[in-house]
Design a binder for this molecule. Structure first.
Ligand SMILES: NC(=O)c1ccc[n+]([C@@H]2O[C@H](COP(=O)([O-])OP(=O)(O)OC[C@H]3O[C@@H](n4cnc5c(N)ncnc54)[C@H](O)[C@@H]3O)[C@@H](O)[C@H]2O)c1
Ligand SMILES: [Zn+2]
Ligand SMILES: [Zn+2]
Length: 382
């Protein structure tokens, strides 16, 4: 089969690999129909995630057709069209039974923190991902579901990560009716967080980024006010000024550890490796929220520490909430919103790139070229 293969930072190739095999009775092998590149894949592509091994295949957002099932699989059969959440999880451990699917204890030898994620380094379990013609899906009775007949395939791909993560970001914000919500980052996750904030009763939604084309999308797609931090001398002062000098009720970090906007943070993180990334968006969130407010973090941070303004968070009495998204927990409500027409997740898709050209897809998305917001990877029809 053809698969995307990591050859080192900024080096992606399509190579021939063996089709994965059933390794456990509850595995399925899925033939991928559509996949996506996530902002999280860029952390791997940039070589920032520890233990990202050369030769591995990325991809944790994919839908496809069941090709083969192990002998104990009961809920799926060959030919079923399925959507697969980005989390790999057992469904029955201490954490899974509490809905913490992204923190499953049975799927990752490094499971002291995160559980397992398809195609996301050996830090996250070492599973190959779905930017390939076939992928092994462990615990096939637990995560995947059949795509409902009324759902568009591209909407289903958005439901495997970006949309539930944005929705989860808004949920963690504990938004009360009329709240002012500031979202840092106008990538797919930030756009979906902004859109979800309205569904949860926000009275005002403000999106911050420095890419004007993405802020324009935040206005049309998520009906948000926007602030371009590159054009404002001090984004925190500005946000305070437009929120009665108190600050927002809720701030959502949908940027993560590769944030731009602060030279010292950039040098200490990217150049000197003194910290595990630049937490400038998170620090802006802490500064821009009012005392007693909530900061929700869905932007990704790795295992290495970052210089977060923890003292300010403490002294302001903030609530900080965060996690990798437990995707399937969000599906019932999101299915309702999509069916009712409140959400059309595939509206953010800007590129549809054949697997053979995936290296170009990574380049466009990483360098934010050609108006790229969300690139899909498409596979030859079978
Ligand atoms: N928690 C989870 O389960 C989960 C799931 C998916 C993605 N993520 C993470 O969410 C983050 C966003 O993902 P994405 O797909 O939207 O990525 P993306 O790279 O497309 O978007 C990030 C956006 O942040 C903007 N940005 C950079 N610095 C900023 C700053 N200081 N303030 C405001 N905006 C800034 C960028 O210009 C970009 O538009 C990534 O860190 C990704 O790893 C987490
Ligand atoms: Zn992701
Ligand atoms: Zn588990």
């Amino acid at each position: 089969m053809h698969a995307m293969v990591y050859r080192g930072p900024y080096k992606i190739r399509v190579e021939e690999k063996d089709i994965p095999k059933i390794e456990h009775p509850n595995d399925a092998i899925v033939r991928v129909k559509t996949a996506a590149i996530c902002g999280s894949d860029l952390h791997l592509y940039h070589g920032l995630m520890p233990d990202t091994r050369v030769g591995t295949t990325f991809g944790h957002e994919f839908v496809g057709t069941v090709h083969q099932v192990g002998p104990s699989v009961q809920n799926l059969a060959p030919g079923d069209k399925v959507m697969v959440p980005f989390n790999i999880y057992c469904g029955s451990c201490y954490f899974c039974s509490r809905g913490l699917f992204s923190n499953c204890h049975n799927v990752n030898p490094n499971a002291t923190a995160v559980g397992a994620i398809y195609g996301y380094s050996h830090t996250c379990g070492g599973y190959d991902g779905g930017q390939a013609e076939f992928v092994r899906v462990p615990f096939a009775d637990v995560g995947p579901v059949k795509i409902p007949p009324w759902m568009d395939e591209e909407d289903a791909v958005m439901l495997t990560d970006a949309l539930p993560t944005g929705y989860f970001g808004a949920q963690l914000g504990d938004i009360a009716q009329g709240d002012t919500v500031v979202v840092f980052g106008a990538g797919p996750v930030g756009l979906f967080a902004a859109k979800s904030a309205w569904l949860m009763g926000a009275g005002r939604v403000i999106v911050v980024d420095h890419l004007q084309y993405r802020l324009d999308k935040a206005r049309t797609f998520a009906h948000a006010e926007t602030c371009n931090f590159a054009q404002i001398p001090d984004i925190v002062v500005h946000l305070k000024r437009i929120t009665d000098h108190l600050g927002a009720d809720v701030a959502i970090d949908a940027v993560g550890a590769e944030a731009d906007g602060n030279f010292i943070q950039h040098v200490t993180a990217a150049k000197l490796k003194l910290q595990g990334g630049s937490p400038i968006a998170l620090n802006w969130a802490i500064d821009a929220v009012r005392k007693g407010g909530t900061v929700s973090v869905v932007g990704a941070y790795g295992p290495v520490f970052s210089a977060v303004k923890f003292g300010d968070a403490l002294n302001k009495g903030l609530t900080l909430r965060m996690n990798q998204c437990p995707v399937k927990r969000q599906w019932p409500r999101l299915f309702e919103h999509i069916q009712a027409g409140y959400l059309k997740p595939s509206d953010i898709v800007t590129h549809r790139i054949p697997l053979e050209h995936i290296a170009e897809g990574y380049h466009l998305f990483s360098a934010k070229l050609d108006g790229c917001i969300k690139p899909l990877i498409i596979f030859p029809a079978t």
